[in-house]
Design a protein around this ligand. Structure first.
Ligand SMILES: *Cc1c(COP(=O)(O)O)cnc(C)c1O
Length: 397
């Protein structure tokens, strides 16, 4: 296979090299306080006279642009797909599944991106990785970096939950606390990289972060024996969302599935830039955000344009949930299935409950058919934010 980058906006093609992050032509269109322009997608084509591999090879290799030997020996991905019998009964959804990404080595979905970035850094002989994170991307890169023998420099906002900070420090990352939010941490990490070099793992900016996250769609399809009908994904920067779409789009291109699942992007009421842009058609002036689901709280979604174009192209949908609904859903999920998710992970389930309620009583509903195959992406472990989880215990008994 021949792998290369293609600009998601203008179609320009580039070689996959460590200094290539955005499209040269589209990046100059960048406006302040707006999502990144010129996001690159990994594409592949068979070598001359070659063919696309068959299903067995596709699901074994995940069609990633770095050869298997460069990946650190750490069990990222291949996470279980739960069949939660009590939640199925309670929601009248006999084919409901939970994709449990809390069991990744550092407890979140972010390991999928860190894993590919770490492998790429090793192949290219790079030792140092720099990133800004609200918490999970940082603890993830630190943990996967520890397995891979890489040095991690992490810019972390002051408000990050303590468990995520402690994780990153345990794994041996150099952590720089930023007196401000994620957006400021991002700027500082970019300055550092410009001055000192190293490889950026900033989400969306490094195209491999989107590519690494696509593996979840490969796994789900393989586990179900077909693509799901619907999938609920929590969205902050919109990189998981973009990765989920990218994975299914690859499988369509490879001829292994024939339709794009309906993707529900779930956002918190206090941090809903993608949902608002989906409605209005453009990203307006950012508003200060807050959500109990810290992992999906971002003022300017870095992958906003790419996420929006996927939602439009494939007729996805945005769902907004309140913090109260998130906390409630977290408790319902824990006590109804045994899967304890952090608020951002539970947000996806809250989104499902909301749409389920809206479509109840209309069995032929095309938005969400209750008997169809529905997957909820559970992106992070509840143990990462105990303080948030306590709220659910006092409010719902
Ligand atoms: C990062 C994260 C998300 C959101 O991913 P984006 O790519 O920022 O949209 C959701 N849940 C958890 C647990 C996360 O860590």
């Amino acid at each position: 296979m021949n792998y290369f980058y293609r600009c998601s906006e203008c179609g320009n093609e580039y070689e996959i090299t460590p200094d290539r992050m955005l499209c040269d032509e589209c990046r100059i269109l960048q406006e302040p306080d707006k999502p990144l322009r010129g996001i690159l997608e990994v594409r592949f084509r068979p070598d001359s006279e070659g063919q696309y591999p068959g299903a067995e090879e596709v699901f074994r290799t995940n069609m990633l642009p770095v050869e298997p030997r460069w990946f650190p020996k750490i069990p990222v991905g291949n996470t279980p797909l739960w069949e939660p019998e009590r939640l199925r009964r309670d929601t009248g959804s006999p084919n409901l599944y939970l994709k449990d990404d809390t069991v990744n080595p550092t407890g979140s979905f972010k390991d999928r991106a860190s894993y590919l970035v770490a492998a790429f850094a090793r192949r290219e002989g790079i030792r140092e990785i720099i990133l800004a994170s609200t918490g999970n991307a940082g603890s993830s890169m630190a943990g996967v970096g520890a397995a891979a023998g890489l040095d991690i420099i992490l810019f972390l906002p002051e408000a990050a939950p303590p468990a995520k900070l402690v994780q990153a420090l345990q794994y041996g990352a150099r952590v720089i606390r930023v007196k401000g939010n994620y957006d400021l941490a991002y700027e500082e990490s970019m300055k550092w990289e410009a001055e000192h070099g190293g490889l950026s793992r900033n989400t969306a900016y490094n195209p491999l972060t989107i590519e690494g996250k696509k593996t979840v769609s490969f796994e789900i399809t393989n586990q179900l024996g077909s693509a799901p009908d619907a999938i609920f994904v929590a969205a902050g920067d919109g990189v998981i969302l973009g990765g989920v779409y990218k994975g299914f789009a690859d499988l369509i291109e490879l001829g292994l599935i024939n339709k794009m699942p309906r993707v529900f992007a779930v956002q918190a009421e206090g941090s809903s830039a993608i949902a608002r842009a989906f409605k209005s058609g453009s990203f307006g002036t950012p508003v200060p955000t807050y959500s109990i689901a810290d992992s999906i709280q971002v003022d300017v979604p870095k992958n906003g344009y790419y996420a929006l174009s996927c939602l439009k192209k494939y007729r996805g949908e945005c769902v907004i949930v309140t913090d109260e609904e998130i906390i409630k859903a977290q408790k319902i999920l824990s006590s109804g299935s045994g899967l304890f998710a952090e608020p951002a992970g539970a947000a996806a389930y809250a989104g499902f409950l909301k749409v389920r309620e809206q479509t109840q009583g209309s069995p032929g509903n095309s938005r969400l058919n209750p008997s169809s195959k529905i997957v909820i992406l559970i992106t992070g472990s509840g143990l990462k934010d105990i303080e948030a989880a306590m709220k659910g215990i006092t409010s719902s008994g």
